[in-house]
Write a protein that binds this ligand. Structure first.
Ligand code: FEO
Length: 169
């Protein structure tokens, strides 16, 4: 693996951990406004992002590279409303998709086939990530400020379970 590829993968490891940190901040915000179902949904996302980070961690090591941890930027801490949170989260996922696409482009440029194959999982995952955040955002926009549907949605989102990682996921 080239040094350029290794640096880029280390940066993505940091970006995934930042995602976890930001979603943890969003979890804390939902707790602070007593939307515990949204908080629980977001906390599950935190675990997923750490798993994403660990996939990069393991891959860098498996390729004989060196994992280099960098400081994780402090995330925002305040939002105006649930819509505001999901708008920020959706925008963040679109940004992560662009980072993954840039990594794929670099792997192609470097003729690094193993990294290209490794990144395919993330290309697919980002489609799902954008779809799940986008769907919640759309519903929140429809609901507006109406408390009753918001509490129903809160109860529903509280059902999200952590997916148990398998060797293929
Ligand atoms: Fe790791 Fe939400 O993308």
């Amino acid at each position: 693996m080239t040094e350029r590829m290794e640096d880029a993968l280390n940066k993505q490891l940091n970006a995934e951990l930042y995602s976890a940190y930001m979603y943890l901040s969003m979890t804390a915000w939902f707790e602070s406004v007593n939307l515990t179902g949204f908080a629980s949904w977001m906390k599950t996302q935190v675990v997923e992002e750490i798993e994403h980070g660990m996939k990069f961690y393991d891959f860098i090591n498996d390729r004989g590279g060196r994992v280099t941890l960098m400081p994780i930027e402090g995330p925002p801490t305040d939002w105006d409303s649930p819509v505001d949170v999901y708008e920020a989260a959706f925008k963040h996922e679109q940004y992560v998709t662009s980072l993954i696409n840039d990594l794929v482009n670099l792997a192609i440029e470097e003729k690094d086939h193993a990294t290209q194959i490794f990144l395919q999982w993330f290309v697919t995952e980002q489609v799902e990530e954008e779809a799940s955040f986008g769907a919640i955002l759309e519903r929140l926009r429809m609901i507006g400020e109406a408390p009753s549907p918001l509490f129903m949605m809160d109860r529903e989102l509280g059902q999200r379970k952590v997916s148990v990682p398998t060797s293929t996921s």
